[in-house]
Design a protein around this ligand. Structure first.
Ligand SMILES: Cc1cc2nc3c(=O)[nH]c(=O)nc-3n(C[C@H](O)[C@H](O)[C@H](O)COP(=O)(O)O)c2cc1C
Length: 339
């Protein structure tokens, strides 16, 4: 059952213990001892999907489909509305299978984020008709299509044949009248994949690299017959994925950095490397589940203060200024990006 699977994903996510590496430690930013800035005037807002958002952060796709999911989505949506940050829902496929009880666990997000950015989510295998319905269900500002090959291959009931996916993505794009965001789920979109998708007209990419939530481990914890732990290090580290995307996608494209984003410096480094904003899933879910909504909000408020502090220490008064901050790559990231 899909609803049970979604619940197990959350439970198993909370049980994961493998420590990934985003390689953000290999991005060096230089301290500025003489910034002519006032922290209260640092502007973190910008335009995204034709609306103003408060911070360069979004709550990324996680759940939907049952009562437990409705409660989590409702709380996440209140957080998103409070800070004017975008929110994506988890895969909506379950709503097409189960109808109303599942649908309302997604619709609650639009009910609680009336003005802000709400993003739908489907897999690359859905029909164009379902993709259209997913947008309608939320009056979504954009639709994420997730590419999750690694997860499917480890999931006992997952897909094994990925032929024809590119044609399918193009058909979905033609059928939907909001921007499509192509996203991974923690293994990264590589430079060649981004080039191919760009050539097909896609303009929004969530690189979702490795180093954060690890679906190979999450699925492995559901799988008692087989052991996939040797693949726990698979994937393109998020810092490399963002660095490559910054080099290969065109100026009219939007890069979202996600996969293991936790700290203010992860966010600032992502923006310096070329991302417009960062997606956070696992980290916010942990705070919410372990400590409740207020705890999650406290965490975000601290994160936003530190974001301003780091920007001030770089001499950047707004998001646009971050684009001109110089950076140096070191260690493994340097090795990987020089080849
Ligand atoms: C419990 C859980 C469920 C998720 N479900 C979905 C999903 O339905 N659709 C999707 O595109 N991504 C899903 N993701 C992946 C996230 O959107 C994100 O790409 C990935 O977790 C990497 O970000 P993180 O390291 O900040 O968690 C899920 C993540 C978690 C933790």
């Amino acid at each position: 059952m899909r609803a049970d699977r979604k619940k197990e994903h959350i439970e198993n996510f909370l049980r994961t213990s493998h420590m990934g590496n985003t390689l953000f430690d290999d991005v060096y930013l230089e301290h500025n001892a003489l910034p002519e800035l006032n922290i209260d005037e640092i502007d973190l807002s910008q335009q995204f999907l034709f609306k103003t958002i408060g911070y360069p952060v979004m709550i990324n796709a996680m759940t939907g489909g049952g009562e437990f999911a409705e409660e989590i989505n409702g709380q996440l949506a209140e957080i998103a509305a409070k800070y004017k940050i975008p929110m994506a829902v988890g895969s909506q496929t379950i709503a097409f299978e189960k109808g109303e009880p599942a649908e309302k666990s997604f619709r609650i997000v639009r009910e609680r984020i009336q003005e802000g950015v709400v993003i739908g989510n489907v897999g690359g295998e859905v029909t164009p008709e379902y993709a259209r319905r997913a947008v309608e269900m939320l009056q979504a500002d954009a639709l994420q299509i997730h590419l999750n090959v690694a997860q499917e291959l480890v999931m006992p009931e997952g897909d094994r044949n990925f032929k024809g996916i590119v044609d399918h993505l193009v058909k979905i794009q033609e059928a939907v009248d909001v921007p499509i965001i192509i996203k991974e789920v923690g293994y990264g979109l590589s430079a060649p994949v981004l080039k191919k998708l760009s050539a097909l007209g896609f303009r929004y990419f969530d690189v979702a690299g490795s180093g954060g939530t690890n679906f190979i481990e999450i699925e492995n914890l559901r799988n008692i017959d087989k052991d996939f732990s040797e693949l726990y290090n698979w994937g393109i580290p998020t810092a490399k994925a963002v660095f490559d995307a910054g080099k290969v996608v065109k100026d009219d494209a939007t890069i979202i950095a996600s996969g293991g984003i936790k700290s203010s410096t992860d966010i600032v480094k992502s923006l310096v490397l070329g991302a417009k904003l960062c997606g956070i899933s696992g980290e916010i879910l942990s705070y919410l589940v372990h400590g409740g909504q207020e705890h999650a909000e406290n965490h975000l408020e601290q994160l936003f203060y530190k974001l301003r502090a780091v920007m001030l220490m770089l001499g950047a008064g707004n998001i646009q200024d971050l684009r001109n901050v110089p950076f140096v790559t070191t260690g493994k990231l340097r090795e990987l990006t020089q080849q």
